[in-house]
Design a protein around this ligand. Structure first.
Ligand SMILES: Nc1ncnc2c1ncn2[C@@H]1O[C@H](COP(=O)(O)OP(=O)(O)OP(=O)(O)O)[C@@H](O)[C@H]1O
Length: 268
């Protein structure tokens, strides 16, 4: 089993409940998409699995360990086995792409090797190969603040490809890409996970991408698991009730929108 949650609750530091009674088991090598409306708890769930947040209640097992029973040092070692893909990768703006990709292995390298790599890229060819899989090889020596949002997301994914972790957690990994690029990039990420037999969990707003790339779909709503099914078993009714938005429904305009007033700009 790659990860398992039993009766997990999460309450944020400000008292906001985000997850309630989560039961979830994911086997080695599974690819799971987490879908659900804004504020449902997808990011909170991924942050909890990344051990950046501690459950308020319940049991969490990750890669064969109970992370919150480990020492700080052991938990750091566990974290080095997890690859995180962020919606907005937290990359220093002036950092070169090559350094950002190589940083994927910082958790596996000695401190000396890590520091050296920050000063002088030690494996430019490895970083370039990871970027090439995402058609971004030519950006190797660009600065991160010179890239578009979608290119930055691909750098974040290249970093995880280079890291070769045992588990990948991806939070909205392709949200800044056009539909064709998003589909292609998700294909590369899924193919890598499948080839290496590792587990991949990704939160996605694009339901069609989730159904196209992930054999198992978990719907989250109001901090709870609304459904957990193989993609073939997900019905339109599942999706309709997952995304039902009572608040918006009450505010829908009853008549067509009124044309904006014609502005009369005085001539000077
Ligand atoms: N750092 C935080 N501190 C306090 N409350 C938080 C924090 N992060 C999230 N929340 C709250 O937890 C709940 C779940 O938020 P979360 O970000 O997990 O949802 P989400 O499904 O990822 O939403 P989105 O699709 O909009 O990114 C929301 O009510 C949110 O306001």
């Amino acid at each position: 089993m790659s990860l398992s949650l039993h009766g997990v609750d999460l309450v944020h530091a400000n008292g906001q409940p985000a997850l309630k009674g989560i039961d979830l088991n994911v086997g080695n090598g599974e690819r799971v998409a987490i879908i659900g409306p804004s504020g449902a708890g997808k990011t909170s769930l991924l942050r909890l699995l990344a051990t950046s947040l501690k459950p308020s209640a319940g049991q969490l097992q990750l890669l064969g360990a109970a992370p919150w029973s480990l020492s700080v040092r052991e938990r750091q070692r566990l974290r080095a086995r997890i690859g995180l893909v962020h919606q907005a990768p937290p990359l220093p703006p002036r950092q070169r792409v090559v350094t950002a990709v190589l940083a994927g292995k910082l958790g596996q390298w000695s401190l000396a090797r890590g520091l050296l790599s920050l000063l002088h890229p030690l494996d430019g060819a490895g970083a370039q190969a990871a970027l090439a899989r995402l058609d971004l090889a030519e950006k190797l020596f660009e600065r991160c603040d010179q890239l578009s949002g979608g290119q930055l997301q691909r750098v974040g994914i290249a970093r995880v490809l280079y890291q070769t972790p045992d588990l990948i957690l991806a939070d909205e990994p392709v949200s800044a890409m056009d539909p064709v690029l998003a589909d292609h990039t998700l294909g590369v990420l899924c193919a890598d996970a499948s080839r290496r037999g590792i587990t991949l969990l990704a939160s996605l707003h694009a339901v069609e991408l989730a159904l196209a790339h992930f054999p198992r779909i978990v719907g989250v709503r109001d901090g709870r698991i609304a459904f957990d099914r193989p993609r073939e078993a997900v019905t339109q009714a599942d999706l309709d009730s997952l995304y039902a938005n009572e608040q918006l429904r009450g505010d829908l305009p009853s008549s067509p929108p009124v044309a904006p007033p014609v502005l009369h700009i005085p001539r000077c």
